[in-house]
Design a protein around this ligand. Structure first.
Ligand SMILES: Cc1cc2nc3c(=O)[nH]c(=O)nc-3n(C[C@H](O)[C@H](O)[C@H](O)COP(=O)(O)OP(=O)(O)OC[C@H]3O[C@@H](n4cnc5c(N)ncnc54)[C@H](O)[C@@H]3O)c2cc1C
Ligand code: SF4
Length: 337
């Protein structure tokens, strides 16, 4: 491991100012340290090389670490632990897809340690990204090429790809947040801003190394998820190579607002198959106003993957993703709420 400076911040302001001051000029990169379950791994692999780490765990006793049901919905502090949100009775009742996305992620030990903010910012599991003996990786080494394009692409994305990067986004929670219209609060050198969570992640396009719209020194403070009929009737379904402790090959979040078997409104997001947490708006539009029969589910699945592009080894994800989505729709339809 390379040497780095270690700091601990007592307030969000202190964390932001330290990170901003360090990230400019001749300094290298500063990173916040939450649970460390991604960042420390990537430092040991020499993939991430922060020169300064700012431990934000002392901020956990404030709203930054809390889960609160307030006016109009659910607030989750960015430093709340995955396990606390996964096991929260009210989240399980009113936002089941959020609880399920967390319960099916990683292992109990990791969930005890890992934060929600760190979870949504985790980086791809593309094997070429995580192994520095491969020089060609535009995300890790901009302009070097992409070893996955003609390499082993089984785990890679089929939606939102570019000719520079086809890495899939690995997290699970983000799909639930995207589907349920969550907002994210970000604090930075110029104050607090709120944006739709769906705008946080960037598709790779010509700059795969830039993964989010966060600026240097910006700290995710919290997530807000509005209460809604489709949030109560929501499902997260994950398909993977083994039943636990594994990332998704394909996942789907489906939220439905039903009236007598007719879909009043729908929310759909896909994971494991896309470069970013993927909102499937075309599939939602197909379902809206229809009776939920087999034909409607087929049509929604086709719409969700209409723009998919496969490489040599990941073509199976298109069919798998469609089946996963159809199963999730069917499960959401029969949920007792
Ligand atoms: C073996 C294994 C299996 C896993 N399986 C899954 C899985 O199936 N599904 C899944 O979703 N995840 C999975 N994970 C990933 C795991 O959930 C993440 O490692 C974890 O959520 C990261 O949270 P953290 O608090 O430890 O983040 P850290 O490692 O502390 O931080 C990650 C990144 O986020 C930044 N950061 C953290 N908090 C903030 C903030 N508030 N504002 C701005 N930047 C911030 C850090 O600077 C860093 O760059 C797995 C991990 C492992 C090791
Ligand atoms: S897919 Fe992306 S992360 Fe993987 S090697 Fe190519 S550029 Fe790197």
């Amino acid at each position: 491991m390379r040497p780095f400076i270690f700091d601990s911040a007592a307030t969000p302001q202190e964390a932001i100012e330290t990170a901003q001051a360090w990230s400019g000029g001749t300094h290298g990169v500063a990173h916040f340290l939450a649970g460390g379950t991604t960042l420390i791994d990537l430092m040991k692999l020499d993939v991430m090389r922060p020169e300064r780490l700012i431990d934000i765990n002392a901020l956990g006793s404030s709203d930054f670490g809390r889960i609160v049901f307030g006016e109009g919905g659910l607030w989750m502090g960015a430093l709340a632990r995955m396990a606390d949100a996964a096991e929260h009775p009210q989240i399980n009742r009113e936002f089941p897809a959020i609880a399920q996305s967390l319960r099916l992620a990683a292992s109990q030990q990791i969930r005890n340690m890992a934060s929600l903010g760190g979870n949504v910012l985790q980086r791809t599991r593309c094997p070429y990204f995580r192994d520095v003996s491969y020089r060609e990786c535009n995300k890790r080494n901009p302009g070097s090429g992409c070893a996955a394009l003609d390499g082993f692409s089984r785990s890679h994305a089929v939606l939102g790809t570019s000719d520079q990067c086809i890495a899939s986004y690995p997290g699970d929670l983000a799909q639930a947040l995207v589907a349920l219209d969550a907002m994210v609060d970000v604090a930075g050198p110029s104050g607090l801003r709120r944006m739709p969570f769906a705008e946080l992640h960037r598709q790779p396009q010509s700059q795969p190394e830039i993964e989010t719209v966060l600026q240097p020194g910006e700290l995710i403070m919290s997530f807000f998820v509005p209460a809604a009929p489709w949030a109560r009737r929501s499902v997260f379904l994950k398909v993977r190579d083994r039943e636990s402790y594994e990332f998704a090959l394909a996942s789907a979040v489906v939220g439905l607002d039903l009236n007598d078997g007719m879909v009043r409104d729908a929310r759909i997001a896909l994971g494991g198959v896309a470069t970013v947490p993927w909102r499937a708006a075309a599939a939602e539009a197909v379902l809206k106003g229809t009776v939920l029969d087999e034909a409607a589910q087929d049509a929604a699945a086709r719409a969700a993957f209409s723009g998919a592009h496969a490489r040599e080894h990941n073509g199976f994800k298109i069919e798998l993703g469609k089946r996963t989505l159809k199963r999730a729709i069917a499960q959401a339809a029969v949920m007792e709420i």
